[in-house]
Design a protein around this ligand. Sequence first.
Ligand code: EPZ
Length: 432
Amino acid sequence: MDKFLIQGGKPLKGRIEVSGAKNSALPCLAATLLTPETVTLHNVPYVKDLITQRRLLEDLGATVLTPELRTHKITAKNIETFEASYDLVKTMRASVLALGPLLSRFGKAKVSLPGGCAIGTRPIDLHLRAFEQLGAEVSLESGDVVATAPKGRLKGAEIDFGKVTVTGTENVIMAAVLAAGKTMIRNAAKEPEIEDLAGLLVKMGAKIAGAGTDTIEIDGVEELGGAEHSIIPDRIETGTFIVAAAITDGELEIAKCEPRHIEAVIDQLSRAGVDIETIDKSTLRVRRRASGLKALDVTTEPHPLFPTDMQAQYMTLMTQAAGRSTVTETIFENRFMHASELIRMGADITITGNQAVVNGPKKLTGARVNASDLRASASLVLAGLCAEGETIIDRVYHIDRGYESIVRKFRAVGADIERRSEQLDGEDGFEV
Ligand code: EPZ
């Protein structure tokens, strides 16, 4: 298993580019199942989760061509099976995003029910209940969700989510676009990735209004066509790079990003002592303010508030801030796995239920630490970059799931970080 070796204490300086958003590319690739025509997606990030999603589409019978590494030409003309296997779903929960489009276009789908993951139990009950409201029959058979549209086509309905769910909203949008009649989704998730998915679907001929708000209206159509679309920048990667500049006391120009999508993150970090300048509509210049980092409480909430996917990175920053801060996690019940590793590096963190109290600044010292999930591993890389001495991070396959070429990108701005692969095929096992 790959690991990272980091010699900390070097300020990051220079220009770093943001890749396409994993959490938009995943539903956009799934959406290509809604049409037999070719859909071309640009700015698809080269990360493990997208390779898994591509494999899922090919297993179903779609053809996926990549004229360029980050351009996918997908044609779901000859779909032969409607099943997403356990082997795939167990590696990536987002495989459940195949349910909506398969059910919508073919009236049947079978997807292994995803188990829990490191950050929480993560049920999909809200997805399944919504499919039933759209007229599907849903059952669980030997660990698989089996869904059929008895009349061959789903029927529009009023869906009111009891809780905000991102992939639940995406799955229902994709189920409703080919349903008979109108669907209203209330208490919908408002993440930018949902707007991006709706943007692609509208180019394919769908009728959707209100994406990005908590009320989405969809008028079902008979069929959808091909389209060409570019995936939005990854707002969580952008936030991670902002913290990287501040925690190493460096200066980064973060390019190809979309500041509009992370206003809550920019606001929180600015008030915590990070100078974030907008150079142009897709470039930020970031450095720590001379007055230093100051402790500031944060609570994770659905978009447009502070994202849970930035919580671990923020906690690491707070270990270097003057004072006491409280980090409250309201989305996932078990998303503090990184805290115990940060404590091993010398951080002062106390966890009580869904709250972490951080006292800083505390000097971090390099240690051997374990990554437990995607964002936790990003927070350990940030800790290693500012720690004294060497940090070794094990199980970095987690970070390869959602960050493209993180070693190459950080090295290009002065970080002393290397990947050690046991395959011994040279240093950068999964970097392009
Ligand atoms: C998406 O996960 C993201 N993943 C997650 O990013 C992100 O953390 C999360 O949204 C919240 O922003 C993708 O987009 C692929 P939810 P999702 O359904 O859709 C509960 C990353 O690091 N819930 O919005 O699975 C659920 O347990 C990943 O890139 C139900 O109870 O999250 C959670 O507590 C990690 N029943 C809350 O709602 C349901 O049917 C929000 O989950 C669905 C969700």
